[in-house]
Design a protein around this ligand. Structure first.
Ligand code: NAD
Length: 368
């Protein structure tokens, strides 16, 4: 089987399939009942980015809130028309099983809490979306998949780039051979951390440093653009332990992933410098996404025969990547399909992240 044909079967096309299915549903009548989401954790990403998007969703609605801060929950409930009976604390969370308005629980908590709330949600009979990174260990990710499978519930990871037009178009270009055979992929993600007291800099809550938080975007891009799974990982990490921000977690991680086709990926993540860049070079040209994965403002270029062209991708499956992700899960529930941004996809990322940590700790090249 030719490389490009094989790539068609792998994860690189998950977003394209999502786009196709969402596009088909866009033309259809809206469902009689929208899928009800409970949001667990009312921090920045939940309140500023995700919750306002329900207004743009066709298949999803905000049905319940889970928070340790009752006053904040009540204020947001009033704003979003969530009834008092659908407000929960972390202690009363399990009672969500008795709430027929809630179909799916979306876990937007610090990383080390994703596993606990995913498993409790599944045990309460609800489908689950968990934020990235899926968990803080391979064992946790496996336990999350097992809990959802035992409960007969669907599990998805908040990989919004699979619904983002520039990323989808980049995948399409690679699939269509626009850059020839992929040979080398550079993927960089990072930002400058400030306040050393943040949970992202606490090992117990974050599970790790820049690799857990931003490195997963680099790993994801390498997987969905090449459409291949790495077979070997070699990594280095560098951290100034005298810097109060980095007493517990790593700052800069850099790694090499080797793919079965012979393509190589250099990936990195940082908490002390700004990066958001992906470049995939093939034997006939290259594509660049810069920035590649922010909330908005992506750009995509294609360089062939020495000519660089800025591309405007066709619209994605939904009005934006957040709506695409929310409605994709809702459609999967409505039509009993498996989410494309699956628990297994998140587990594979955790295996790669784990190999990067082990290699950087002196483990040499790790075979996957
Ligand atoms: P945040 O600090 O703004 O919010 C975290 C929430 O968890 C807060 O409401 C906080 O009160 C609550 N919480 C409960 N128990 C806590 C505890 N023991 N310690 C600290 N907070 C606790 O964080 P955020 O930026 O919203 O990130 C939340 C999750 O969402 C993370 O897993 C992060 O990786 C993910 N995230 C994803 C994206 C994306 O683009 N997909 C973007 C941002 C964040």
């Amino acid at each position: 089987m030719a490389d490009l044909d094989r790539r068609d079967l792998l994860i690189g096309l998950s977003g394209l399939a999502a786009a196709a299915s969402a596009g088909a549903c866009r033309a259809a009548e809206p469902p009689a009942r929208k899928i009800g989401y409970a949001i667990v954790g009312l921090g920045y990403y939940a309140t500023r980015i995700i919750m306002p998007q329900f207004a743009n969703c066709r298949f999803s609605r905000l049905a319940a809130l889970v928070s340790g801060d009752p006053a904040k929950a009540r204020t947001l409930a009033a704003q979003y028309d969530v009834p008092e009976r659908s407000l929960y604390s972390y202690q009363t969370f399990d009672r969500i099983r008795d709430n027929p308005d809630v179909d799916v629980v979306y876990v937007i908590l610090p990383n080390s809490m994703h596993a606990e709330y995913t498993i409790r949600a599944a045990q309460a009979g609800k489908h689950v979306v968990t934020e990235k990174p899926m968990s803080v260990s391979v064992a946790e990710a496996e336990a999350m998949i097992a809990a959802c499978s035992k409960a007969g519930k669907k599990l998805a990871v908040g990989y919004r780039s699979h619904f983002q037009p520039h990323n989808l178009h980049a995948i399409r270009l690679v699939r269509d051979g626009a850059i020839g055979r992929p040979r080398y992929l550079l993927a960089e993600h990072g930002f400058v951390q400030g306040d050393p007291t943040k949970w992202r800099l606490k090992k117990a809550l974050a599970g790790g440093g820049s690799l857990m938080d931003m490195g997963v975007y680099s790993v994801q891009a390498a997987r969905y653009l090449t459409g291949e799974e790495p077979v070997a990982v070699t990594a280095r990490s560098t951290t100034d332990r005298k810097d109060p921000r980095f007493a517990e977690v790593e700052d800069l991680s850099a790694w090499t992933l080797e793919f079965p086709s012979g393509a190589i990926n250099h990936g990195m993540s940082s908490y002390s410098s700004n990066h958001n860049f992906v470049r995939l070079t093939g034997d006939k040209g290259r594509i660049e996404l810069e920035p590649a994965t922010p909330y908005e403002g992506q750009t995509l270029s294609l360089t062939r025969d020495g000519r660089k062209e800025q591309l405007t991708p066709p619209p994605g499956p939904a009005v934006n990547q957040f709506v695409g992700q929310l409605d994709h899960m809702a459609e999967c529930i409505l039509n009993d399909r498996q989410p494309l941004i699956s628990g297994e996809m998140g587990l594979q990322d955790m295996r790669i992240v784990d190999a990067i940590y082990r290699s950087a700790a002196g483990g040499g090249t790790i075979r996957l």
